[in-house]
Design a protein. Structure first.
Length: 391
């Protein structure tokens, strides 16, 4: 029998000798405040649940794991201990742990058996994700609790069975990652279709200002602050580097850093928090269903609507379906699939691009292929699942 040590960040208690099949039951009668301003009173009974009030409903990361929210700084001091390599996941913080959105091929996460949909509950017995009004970063906890052999236990809820499993993650050499938090002026609204781009620049020469060595893109999703992570390539002696970021929608830059933030080195893990400034996007106009449907048909199918085609979709709306259902119906249609040469890889990549505004990264593409295969090629639930994912 395997035993797991679990520590509560709220009560300061340490529970030792919990069997490998864990059932932690927290009863609470509490009022939860959600982002819409609604109040939800309920009794909560879950396998692993704590009464928390979240300030940041989640964060999305690039190429690794999220960084904790903190006050903006330029470049943080070097990490005092050797840091393990990144888990290699895209994830978001939740009140019950860190939910894995996708797993990078060849990463520690993949070697450990993590899959999209799993939730990391704790690292080395310490909770991760949103705890109260703080973010406990899975990467920070790994760095704190990894042992001399490069191992650290992860308590993971399997996204397919719901079972809790202790996974001994095995890490290798130190990381040279750049991570941080992107902040924007309080109350500033940008369209949910906006995309964030974070770039690592070589600024050795003035004319190299826009030479990006690597960059990551992610959707704005639920707003700011947003955590990011970049894994830089090997540095070149005597070269100087910097990081910048911008937010774009439909090719227009809405927010950007005033100037790139210079890095001291690429040879160690470091934190760079960035502040974005710009103009708020104009208030969204009222969506006319018929016009939206016609635009989707033209964009996705490459042709104008046929006679009565728009009316057929409008009839679905009158019967209780949503515009999102109509969009999913068009994206999962045989005609759209055939436009992608009836090829799975081309299809999943183009659906992602249509929904998110950017092509998928190699890691995201691998996750999309796995999702499509799990849906056994049935396209409608595949598209609907992507629609429900934060953008």
């Amino acid at each position: 029998m395997t035993f797991i040590s679990v520590r509560s960040r709220f009560l300061g208690a340490r529970l030792v000798g919990v069997p490998s099949v864990v059932s932690l039951v927290c009863l609470a009668s509490a009022t939860w405040t959600v982002a819409t301003g609604l109040s939800l009173a309920q009794d909560v009974r879950t396998d692993v649940r704590t009464d928390v009030r979240t300030r940041d409903p989640g964060s999305v990361v690039v190429g690794g794991f999220p960084a904790p929210v903190a006050a903006p700084v330029s470049v943080a001091a070097p990490v005092s201990r050797p840091a393990p390599q990144p888990l290699g996941i895209m994830a978001r913080n939740t009140a019950t742990g860190v939910e894995v959105v996708s797993v990078n091929p060849g990463s520690v996460a993949q070697a450990s058996g993590l899959q999209a949909g799993d939730t990391i509950i704790n690292v080395g017995g310490y909770q991760v994700g949103m705890v109260g009004d703080r973010v406990y970063d899975v990467g920070d906890e790994v760095a704190k609790h990894v042992n001399a052999a490069g191992q650290v236990p992860l308590l993971v809820r399997n996204g397919r069975t719901g079972a809790l499993t202790a996974i001994p993650a095995q890490f290798g050499t130190a990381s040279r990652a750049i991570n941080g938090v992107l902040n924007a002026p309080q109350g500033l609204q940008v369209p949910p279709t906006s995309v964030i781009t974070v770039r690592l620049l070589d600024v050795t020469e003035p004319q190299w200002r826009d030479v990006a060595l690597t960059q990551g893109q992610l959707p704005v999703a639920r707003g700011f602050p947003v955590s990011y992570r970049l894994d830089p390539p090997a540095s070149t002696p005597q070269h100087r580097y910097a990081v910048d970021a911008r937010v774009e929608d439909a090719g227009h830059v809405l927010l950007q850093t005033a100037s790139p933030v210079t890095l001291a080195s690429l040879d160690r893990e470091q934190r760079v928090d960035l502040t974005l400034a710009g103009q708020a996007a104009p208030a969204p106009t009222t969506v006319v269903p018929s016009a939206q449907i016609q635009q989707w048909i033209q964009t996705y199918l490459g042709r104008p609507p046929r006679p009565y085609e728009t009316e057929v979709w409008l009839a679905d709306l009158q019967q209780g379906k949503s515009l999102a259902d109509v969009q999913a119906g068009i994206l999962s249609s045989s005609e759209y699939f055939e436009r992608q040469r009836s090829n799975r890889d081309l299809y999943v990549a183009d659906v992602f691009r249509q929904l998110y505004g950017v092509p998928p990264t190699p890691g995201q593409l691998a996750d999309l292929q796995a999702r499509y295969d799990r849906a056994q090629g049935v396209r409608l639930p595949f598209v609907q699942q992507l629609q429900q994912q934060p953008r």
